[in-house]
Write a protein that binds this ligand. Sequence first.
Ligand code: FO1
Length: 319
Amino acid sequence: MSASRRHVLALSGGVGGAKLAAGLGRVLAPDDLTIVVNTADDFEHLGLTICPDIDSVTYALAGLNDTERGWGVKDETWQAMAMLRALGEADWFNLGDRDLGMHIARSWRLRAGESLSEVTARLTRQLGIAPAIVPMSDVPVRTQVGTADGWLDFQRYFVAEQCRPVATGIRFAGVPGAPPSPGFAAALARDDLAAVIVCPSNPYLSVDPILAVDGVRAALVARKVPLVAVSPLVGGAALKGPLAKLLGELGQEVGNRAIADHYGALLDHLVIDTADAADAQGLRGSGLCVTVTGTVMHDAQDRERLARAALSAAGIETG
Ligand code: FO1
């Protein structure tokens, strides 16, 4: 890597992606990292704007994430939910008391006229997070899942319906028509961009919406720096049950070959788990660079080690 190129653009969804984003935040100088987050899981609920993937990345970088549950804030309490239930309001989407503070602050600032980028910058700064966490777009994009009863918004399908309906399709409402956020556009255009790291998020549900933002795929095709993806799979099937069901119904294969094919010419290097070491030879045979390493992130040490491995795959050594 040229010494003048040092900026890293990370693309992230929620849980798994957030863990690697936190690792990157630990091993890179804050000015050297932009984390672009999927916003197609966002929705309006009880008058609040909920951004689950921005929340997961924010909580992970602030050290506030609940690692057991996988989403939301640790040491959470649920008094507001109990009250909402008593009042007969919707209780299918769980909002913890501390988490609610985030949604109230975000919604209030959005309603006061700030963009999602501005609000996210404000809230992450308040929580002491130094690297830039930016939404993929300030314009709403919404993942919807086709079912026999029509299109369901993603959280309705995922949380309220627990992925029970048979999926007939998946679409991202709002694209084309959603430009990249200012921070995303600026990161893509940086002279000192050194690498793009695709975090271990679901390629179809979490990364595809980012790639579908206006002009993003073309900008990535034209890039002059390595694009490294960390596979979200471990042992060929890290996808949690319901998501595997969804992808199966849509005819999407679950495996590192399918992930490599899905990213196609965008991908230079795939980082896969040691449990999938047998995949490496075939992937390399098709011209891809492959790193085999432990990708399960139990703690901060795991997150940093995987961050260094992904950066090294992109030619960036972090000492
Ligand atoms: N996931 C659930 O399975 N059930 C919930 O009640 C739930 C609430 C929730 C609240 C705030 C938030 O930021 C995330 C929340 N999630 C919940 C996670 C979210 O639905 C998914 O992790 C992502 O959208 C999928 O990537």
